[in-house]
Design a protein around this ligand. Structure first.
Ligand code: AP5
Length: 216
C-alpha cells in the first residue's frame, strides 16, 4: 500500500484537495475525522482527545499511532491512500517510518499546501459543516444554495468546535511549532512536493491533479 501524505496548516484546503483525489479512486483518511468519530462514540480515546482538540492542541502521539496503525494493518485492498493530517509531529513521522520498514506500507510522496496565515484565518472563520454528512462549505467562498442548509442532505450547517477565533490562533501556533518542521524532514528524504494553495479551490484541485497525473 502506498501513502500520500498531505501536509498543510489548518484551513489550507487539505479536505478540499483530498476530495479531488477521492473522485479519482484514491481513498481519503483524515486523523481529524477519526478522532471526531472516537469523540462521538464516547470511547476512552475520544474522551482523552476531546478537551485537547477543542482547545486547539494535538491529541497524544501514542493515541494517534494506535488508531493509525490499527487502521493501516486492517487495510487489505487499498493500493493508494491519502493521509490528511498525519503525521503531524516528528514522533509520528518516525513511527510511520518504522512501520514502513516492517510492512508493505510505503510513502509515495508528501504534498505540502502553502498558504499565508491571514487567508487561513478567513477560511476557518467562515467554514460551516453539514451535521448530517460532513460536507464542507464557506460563508463566502463556497456558500450553500440555501443559507444554513446542506445542498446534499438538507441538514443544518454548524461551525466546527475548533473554528472559534482563539482556538484557530492556537491551532496555527501549534502547527508552526510541531508540524511545519516535517516539511524539512521529508525534503531531506526528497519526498516533498509543494503547491501554492492560495488560489481558488478549482486551481488548487488542478495543481493537485497535475502532481498525480500518472496515478489517476
Ligand atoms: P483536522 O480535522 O485535520 O483539522 P486541521 O488540520 O486543523 O485542518 P482543517 O480540517 O481545519 O483544514 P483543511 O486544511 O482540511 O481545510 P478545508 O479543506 O476544510 O484536525 C483537527 C484536530 O484534530 C487537530 O487540531 C488536532 O487537535 C487533532 N488531530 C488531527 N490529526 C492529528 C494527529 N495526527 N496528531 C495529533 N492530533 C491530531 O478548508 C477550510 C475552509 O476553507 C472550508 O470552509 C473551505 O470551503 C474553504 N476553502 C478551502 N480551500 C479553499 C480555497 N482554495 N479558496 C477558498 N476557500 C477555500
Amino acid at each position: 500500500m502506498n501513502i500520500i501524505i498531505l501536509l498543510g496548516p489548518p484551513g489550507a484546503g487539505k479536505g478540499t484537495v483530498s476530495e479531488a483525489l477521492t473522485q479519482h479512486g484514491i481513498k481519503h483518511v483524515s486523523t481529524g475525522d477519526m478522532l471526531r468519530k472516537e469523540i462521538r462514540n464516547n470511547t476512552e480515546l475520544g474522551l482523552r482527545s476531546h478537551k485537547k482538540i477543542s482547545q486547539g492542541i494535538f491529541a497524544d502521539d501514542s493515541d494517534v499511532m494506535m488508531m493509525v496503525t490499527d487502521y493501516l494493518l486492517r487495510q487489505k485492498k487499498e493500493n493508494f491512500i491519502i493521509f490528511d493530517g498525519f503525521p503531524r509531529t516528528l514522533v509520528q513521522a518516525e513511527k510511520l517510518d518504522q512501520l514502513t520498514q516492517s510492512s508493505d506500507i510505503k510513502i509515495f510522496n508528501v504534498l505540502r499546501l502553502k498558504c499565508p496565515e491571514d487567508v487561513l484565518i478567513s477560511r476557518l472563520s467562515g467554514r460551516r459543516i453539514c451535521v448530517v454528512c460532513g460536507a464542507v462549505y464557506h460563508d463566502i467562498f463556497s456558500p450553500p444554495n440555501i443559507f444554513g442548509r446542506c445542498d446534499l442532505e438538507g441538514g443544518s450547517l454548524a461551525k466546527r468546535l475548533d473554528d472559534e477565533p482563539v482556538v484557530i490562533k492556537r491551532r496555527l501556533k501549534v502547527y508552526n511549532e510541531l508540524t511545519k518542521p516535517l516539511a524539512d524532514y521529508y525534503k531531506s528524504k526528497s519526498m516533498l512536493v509543494e503547491i501554492d494553495a492560495n488560489c481558488s479551490p478549482k486551481e488548487v484541485r488542478e495543481h493537485t491533479l497535475k502532481v498525480y497525473k500518472d496515478l489517476i
